[in-house]
Ligand binder design. Structure first.
Ligand code: ZN
Length: 199
């Protein structure tokens, strides 16, 4: 009767009993089931998905992975503009900063917005900080997308004087210092992104 009940985040060792199949839907990669009981295949942290009742064991290393996967949200800065795409250097994956890793991605003009983008320079400028989704991998290059209201430019400096630009309308920015008005593909939280939230 003294059996402890395991919870999300608990550390378990290989072979440890996690529960029964009536309680959880066991993950096939990290657990095995025998006579209706679920056991850990490896040592790690319990991960319980309460909605689906799924249970799995994952390690810190896996959670902190540096491998970029399709669907990941990344943040980076615009390196250069081409006629039909922009080059972006990114170093964060799903809100974790990876200073020692640098990845290169491209955003094609068709992947910038749900709306038609005539000129790349209406959406991005060099040094803009951009939040994007990974949509395709081609060896060491990633294709990114900024369609959707949460993706796009989260921070931009004035191209003339370098002061931070303020949002004055849908996809419109203005510099208070020199009065310059510029266009970008903005996120809905442009300007509200704190230093912490940028990553
Ligand atoms: Zn300015």
């Amino acid at each position: 009767m003294s059996k402890k009940s395991l919870k999300d985040g608990d550390i378990v060792i290989t072979g440890e009993k996690l529960g029964v199949v009536e309680e959880f839907l066991p993950d096939k990669q990290s657990t095995f089931t025998k006579d209706g009981k679920i056991f850990a295949i490896k040592t790690g942290m319990i991960n319980i998905n309460n909605k689906e009742r799924k249970i799995e064991i994952s390690t810190h290393q896996e959670k902190d992975r540096k491998v970029v996967k399709i669907g990941d949200i990344v943040i980076g800065s615009i390196l250069f503009l081409r006629q039909y795409s922009v080059g972006i250097n990114f170093c964060t994956i799903n809100k974790k900063i990876h200073f020692n890793s640098s990845y290169f991605g491209n955003i094609h003009v068709s992947q910038i917005s749900d709306r038609y983008v005539e000129r790349i320079s209406d959406a991005f400028q060099i040094t803009d900080i951009v939040r994007a989704r990974v949509v395709e991998q081609n060896y060491t290059e990633y294709k990114l997308s900024t369609t959707g209201k949460d993706l796009g430019v989260i921070y931009a400096d004035c191209v003339i004087c370098g002061d931070p630009l303020k949002k004055i309308g849908y996809n419109k920015l203005k510099c208070d210092r020199c009065g310059n008005v510029e266009s970008r593909k903005l996120t809905s939280d442009y300007g509200n992104v704190t230093n912490n939230l940028r990553f």
